[in-house]
Design a binder for this molecule. Sequence first.
Ligand SMILES: NC(=O)c1ccc[n+]([C@@H]2O[C@H](COP(=O)([O-])OP(=O)(O)OC[C@H]3O[C@@H](n4cnc5c(N)ncnc54)[C@H](OP(=O)(O)O)[C@@H]3O)[C@@H](O)[C@H]2O)c1
Length: 209
Amino acid sequence: MNIGIIGAGQVAQAFAHKAIGAGHTVILSSRRGPDNLAALVEGLGPSATAATPAKVAENPVVLLAVPWPEVDAALRSLPTWHGQILIDATNGFGENGLVDFDDGSSSETVAALAPGAHVVKAMNSLFMANFALEPISDGFRRVVFVAGDDSAAKTEVADLFESFGFASIDLGTLRKGGRMQAVGSTLAGHDFFLPWPAPRSFPAFNGER
Ligand SMILES: NC(=O)c1ccc[n+]([C@@H]2O[C@H](COP(=O)([O-])OP(=O)(O)OC[C@H]3O[C@@H](n4cnc5c(N)ncnc54)[C@H](OP(=O)(O)O)[C@@H]3O)[C@@H](O)[C@H]2O)c1
């Protein structure tokens, strides 16, 4: 699959390595233009290219990996979305710390800035140093949380991360699930592992050890 990436920093590169390893093709972009990404693209190998953010956004799956203060400018510069999946890996914090989204979530803001895209929040709760590690260890898989309002898009993103070797956990809607995995939440910054294939249900804890 061709996957566009808006951003070419830590998150973009960690994702690109995993995607290429799973047989996908990535197209990276940044503020400074494709020519500035020549060395990065060369290092990633023949499955990576660079383009403008507008070109990148034409792909069926697009990863958003820019700092929160740049999200608005990055998304407003793009052509109209027509049903592509937008994976939101961003975290809502800037120079003044955590951004207050009241009862909403940062990914709802992203979705409002990308009408026509199916936004799925994922990856943001993991430190990239950990995401970059081998996701499978002793029969357990590192978890990537997904949240979104479109079930088909969420399944596709879960399948994508599973193709990289991760386990996925669906946290629900962009609002509820997005808040659960947002920066500052209890899930954020922690590594979770699941036996894989995951059991359909976990035995109820009966108080005995
Ligand atoms: N680093 C982590 O461990 C981690 C983990 C989870 C989530 N996150 C979140 O993921 C997002 C990206 O983090 P990062 O660590 O990858 O940041 P980063 O290393 O600073 O890279 C940011 C990238 O975004 C590009 N960019 C900035 N503004 C842009 C615009 N308007 N249009 C297109 N590209 C633009 C930059 O390009 P230029 O260099 O040309 O400006 C740069 O390539 C942030 O929201 C962060 O909170 C980070």
